[in-house]
Design a protein around this ligand. Structure first.
Ligand code: FAD
Length: 402
């Protein structure tokens, strides 16, 4: 049987939010784009708590039907139920994540320059070098065909095979979540901190209509820890509506530029290590990726050098540095015992720090608030105490800042 061979300018692997948004950004460029998605339906399986900062509507036109709820208060709960209530300018959206993934697909699926191959898996790639053509091209193998492209974009999530073929791997944590009817406050998102699940936290996110998304993420034994968490909040999961699982990459932004290849979104670990949230960061990254792709074709160059210039550098300056700060905060939180967590909550509650966080806190860009907090004597004393107990934490933080 003859193998099907397709030619295109850009081949995107993964048709979730980053792949579809990137295709949409490129849809007026006249570039021939192929998108490969291993699942046959966009947005399925659903794997998200769907809480996204209000920057979402600054970045994209968000139709009302995608917004299910908004929360006014973030309630952080310590191991011994010390509560920190944060309210301020930030009123995050709770979104219908399946509809968000489908939004840009619906806008591009009928574009004659854009072809989706759904239910098809990316397998591998190799570089091709033609004698008479200056630039290298890429030959991509999928489960059904061969594709020849100038650029390959890995939007294929935390376990990215495109990244793996380049020798890049993400550190990951496993998330588990249920949707259930409940009687929590619909205006509050709850985060439960505990040394038992210190890779992230346990969450209760109000979807609206008295439905709540309750989840937890951890490197080890996520189900066992999730059951402990459900017990703590008195939830009987046998009444659940449905159950989701998922993987979250935790770390700092990966290397994202290679000859003829870009990584975007979870594949590039463009995810906040404090919360596991990736949507805002990947939307910003996709804008730089789209600008970079246009420039590659304008200059007819696809080398790592041009991709570094138009993608990696601006991305690193705007989100990469902030992602490092998220990661350092996560490193600190990971070293706190329950007693330390309780003490930190008490310090924040009994001082003006809470107002400072409410006023300057930003779910996505923590640099500003971190520098303000580092001027506070109670916080400095607390941090010094933790650093003395965990001397390697300082060197780990410095290494991640480099
Ligand atoms: C439980 C959970 C809760 C979360 N909650 C939030 C939240 O509240 N707020 C927030 O901002 N973020 C949240 N996130 C993170 C957010 O979901 C991700 O950052 C976002 O989905 C990343 O989008 P992406 O397009 O880069 O990758 P993904 O959404 O992972 O999509 C990758 C796509 O690539 C496809 N693919 C993978 N490999 C191949 C292959 N070989 N061939 C073809 N196709 C392939 C997959 O099928 C998938 O469609 C959460 C994540 C999880 C798991």
């Amino acid at each position: 049987m003859n193998e099907v061979i397709e030619n295109c300018d850009v081949c995107i692997v993964g048709a979730s939010i980053s792949g579809n948004y990137l295709a949409y950004l490129l849809s007026s460029s006249n570039l021939k784009i192929i998108i490969i998605e291993e699942h046959s339906k966009i947005g399925i399986p659903f794997q998200c708590a769907g809480i996204i900062s209000k920057k979402l509507t600054k970045l994209i036109d968000l139709p009302n039907y995608i917004i299910l709820n908004r929360v006014k208060i973030a309630k952080l709960i310590s191991p011994s139920n010390n509560i920190l209530k944060l309210s301020g300018n930030e009123e995050p959206y709770i979104v219908d994540r399946i509809a968000l993934d489908q939004l840009f697909y619906k806008k591009t699926e009928n574009n004659p320059n854009i072809t989706y191959f759904l239910g098809e898996k990316f397998k591998s790639f190799q570089y091709l070098k033609y004698k008479k053509i200056k630039n290298k091209k890429i030959e991509i193998r999928t489960s059904k065909r061969k594709i020849i492209a100038s650029l390959l974009i890995g939007c294929d999530g935390p376990l990215s095979l495109v990244g793996k073929c380049l020798g890049r791997y993400n550190n990951i944590i496993y998330a588990t979540q249920i949707r259930i009817k409940g009687s929590f406050n619909e205006n509050e998102a709850l985060m439960y901190f505990d040394e038992k699940w210190n890779d992230l936290f346990g969450w209760i996110v109000p979807e609206g209509k008295q439905i709540f998304r309750i989840g937890l993420a951890s490197t080890e034994e996520p189900m066992k820890k999730f059951n402990k968490f459900l017990k703590r909040i008195n939830i009987d999961s046998s009444n659940k509506i449905d159950h989701q699982g998922g993987i979250i990459p935790i770390g700092i932004m990966n290397k994202i530029s290679y000859d003829n290849i870009l990584l975007v979104g979870d594949s590039a670990c463009q995810v906040k290590a404090t919360t596991g949230g990736g949507v805002i960061m990947l939307l910003i990254a996709a804008k730089y990726a789209s600008n970079c792709i246009i420039n590659c074709f304008k200059h007819n160059k696809f080398s790592k050098k041009i991709i570094l210039k138009y993608y990696h550098k601006p991305c690193y300056n705007i989100i990469g540095k902030e992602l490092k700060i998220h990661y350092i905060i996560r490193l600190f939180l990971k070293h706190l015992k329950n007693q330390d967590l309780d003490e930190l909550f008490t310090i924040i509650n009994n001082s003006k720090i809470k107002d400072l966080i409410s006023f300057y806190g930003d779910m996505d860009f923590p640099k500003k608030i971190l520098f303000k907090l580092l001027k506070n004597p109670y916080i400095i004393k607390f941090l010094l105490k933790i650093l003395i107990k965990n001397p390697k934490l300082f060197s780990k933080s410095i290494i991640s800042l480099k």
